[in-house]
Write a protein that binds this ligand. Structure first.
Ligand SMILES: NC(=O)C1=CN([C@@H]2O[C@H](COP(=O)(O)OP(=O)(O)OC[C@H]3O[C@@H](n4cnc5c(N)ncnc54)[C@H](O)[C@@H]3O)[C@@H](O)[C@H]2O)C=CC1
Ligand SMILES: O=C(O)[C@@H]1CCC=N1
Length: 266
């Protein structure tokens, strides 16, 4: 099986690294093309991938064609490769905010298409990806497309109406969690730690908390209560964070993310 990537930016590279780590396909079966020749050619050389000279060649020579460009140019790129796509190939889009219906409209209503929303943690096998298939994608072909993401982490099949919210609390939230870690780290610097040490402490604490949450099967609120000793330090911190608007600021950020992604339509 050959997997072609059109666009080799941050997200495509994370998926590619995840696939290479998982040995999902041989490196040369991963085909790439993007706008910046020097960049994608060097990248392909570095990892033993196949660099194609055009987007059309990627589409022509791949079984799974992954559209990994920004939403603003998705329509142009699909117009460029439309003739190379066929019912024997699966188009996989990672483009935020572009629906299956719009992808069909821009290509062909008979094509098997998987709309997906991965996150950048796919690079280390810890991704969280939402997928939705159109009516033309079923059985083994659908399983094959989903298996690509299973090789890089967890996968949830969702209704498209849930994609924007999923993207905000998963795709974008990788950055928000890092923002939180960086905020903890800066607090550590305020109290005398080096940035490097504070970041290591904050990142390990975040990793450990996520692990404990998933391993215990308890809710975050139950775990918060365990840490808040009666009359203790943590409850004082929680109350001060709430007074500063911690929860409303997160909800506002997620609202803004959803509003932006629902404005994308390729
Ligand atoms: N970065 C992330 O964490 C996530 C990104 N996405 C989606 O992935 C897509 C790509 O995002 P990023 O990787 O962040 O952007 P990026 O800017 O890092 O990558 C875009 C790639 O497209 C290439 N490109 C530009 N014009 C092209 C053309 N005409 N033909 C072929 N390639 C072309 C660029 O050279 C670059 O390699 C977006 O649609 C975004 O919504 C989805 C989930 C998470
Ligand atoms: O920021 C973005 O537009 C993309 C979509 C989800 C994560 N990154």
């Amino acid at each position: 099986m050959k997997i072609g990537f059109i666009g080799v930016g941050a997200m495509a590279q994370a998926i590619i690294q995840g696939l290479l780590n998982a040995k999902f396909v041989p490196a040369e079966n991963i085909l790439v093309h993007s706008a910046h020749k020097a960049h994608y050619e060097n990248y392909a050389k570095q990892y033993g991938l196949t660099a194609e000279a055009t987007n059309q060649q990627v589409a022509e020579n791949s079984d799974l064609v992954v559209l990994a460009v920004v939403p603003a140019i998705a329509a142009d790129v699909l117009a460029e490769i439309r003739d190379q796509l066929s019912t024997q190939k699966t188009l996989i889009s990672i483009v935020s905010g572009v629906s299956l219906n719009r992808l069909e409209e821009l290509t062909d209503y008979n094509l098997p298409i998987l709309r997906s929303l991965p996150n950048i943690n796919s690079q280390y096998g810890q991704g969280m990806t939402a997928v939705a298939a159109n009516e033309n994608l079923s059985g083994d072909r659908k399983a094959q497309a989903i298996a690509m993401y299973e090789a890089t982490g967890s996968v949830s099949e969702l209704s498209e109406s849930q994609f924007a919210a999923f993207s905000a609390i998963s795709g974008s939230a990788v950055a928000y969690v890092d923002f939180f870690i960086d905020s903890l780290s800066r607090a550590g610097v305020k109290y005398g730690f080096t940035k490097e040490m504070a970041t290591q402490i904050a990142a390990q604490t975040t990793l450990g908390s996520a692990h404990s949450l998933m391993a215990s099967g308890q809710t975050p609120a139950e775990l918060i209560d365990k840490v808040c000793s009666p009359g203790g330090d943590t409850i004082a911190g929680i109350l001060a964070m709430e007074q500063a608007g911690f929860l409303p600021s997160i909800i506002k950020g997620i609202d803004a993310t959803i509003a932006k992604s629902t404005g994308n339509n390729g």
